[in-house]
Write a protein that binds this ligand. Sequence first.
Ligand code: NAD
Ligand code: SER
Length: 313
Amino acid sequence: MATDKILVIGACGQIGVELTAALRTLYGNDNVIAGDLREEHPLLVGTGPYITCDVMNKELLLSIIREHRITQVYLLAAILSATGEKNPGLAWQINMQSLLNLLDIARDEKLDKLYWPSSIAVFGPNSPKQNTPQHTIIEPTTVYGISKYAGEQWCAYYHKNYGIDVRSLRYPGLISYKSAPGGGTTDYAIEIYHKALAEGSYECFLDEDTYLPMMYMPDAIRATIELMQAPKESIKNRTAYNLSAMSFSPKEIAASIQKHIPDFTISYKPDFRQQIANSWPQSINDQEAQEHWNWKPEYDLETMTADMLKNLK
Ligand code: NAD
Ligand code: SER
């Protein structure tokens, strides 16, 4: 059997660093090439091949994919929700063109598989807020959400018309300690742990009762790999799967931190990200992921808080 050769684009980002490491453990260090615009992340240095690349440069991507005989690509480069609202044109351009470049290459070079993440940001204010179903009103109101929704439809289109094995997850807000988050609305749930340990207090940019769907990074990495390793016939959804683990508000995450750091205090000063958060679901129904490829999360708020504080210390 031919060896899988994997390219991770956006490998120095919040997900990329941990996903690249997990893929290297599974497929062998030399078989997983990390690529990003930025300088190599310190946690990746010395663990396998690294290439500086711009996902907007299709010719360069093509030559990397040919030269290294790449069979699978994980496309993680994107502009996230909060940064996207500051520069909508750029967010649309990067989020869309990067995906179209890779979908074309996947078709023309006959790649085995392509992974591209979507987000809970595809949902908008008219979507059901609680236990948001897989198939429901979408209508996103951020440029990030619009680009993710359009991207999902492009994935389904390339699968239907060209047989591309492209797979996707609608990640909730992801919480991790190894690499910094990249400009999302859910980033508060990472900053809060850092500030709790460093300063004993945190000023939150969302209101105390803003519930959002969230997930701890180890669950997100496992979900991604389980989705990508699932047999082709079990992937019945070719837009993107809803994915769920937990849902909490700033007040609740603060309370979970106070169990470990009793003197920790939180205050609230909502900014433009409040409006983005208000447009998103509060909790997600991921029954299809459970049924199609046996998805099950492991971490809840309490186990995540204990692990985050232990590791950040
Ligand atoms: P991130 O911003 O932390 O990382 C993105 C990486 O892409 C960065 O290292 C950046 O340097 C790189 N990049 C940007 N433009 C590039 C370009 N032109 N060429 C090459 N590399 C480029 O983002 P992340 O949180 O790791 O997210 C990865 C993917 O997962 C994105 O598609 C994002 O929308 C999606 N997602 C993330 C979350 C989350 O909470 N982190 C939730 C839902 C979906
Ligand atoms: N965590 C991401 C964001 O806030 C959701 O896709 O942008």
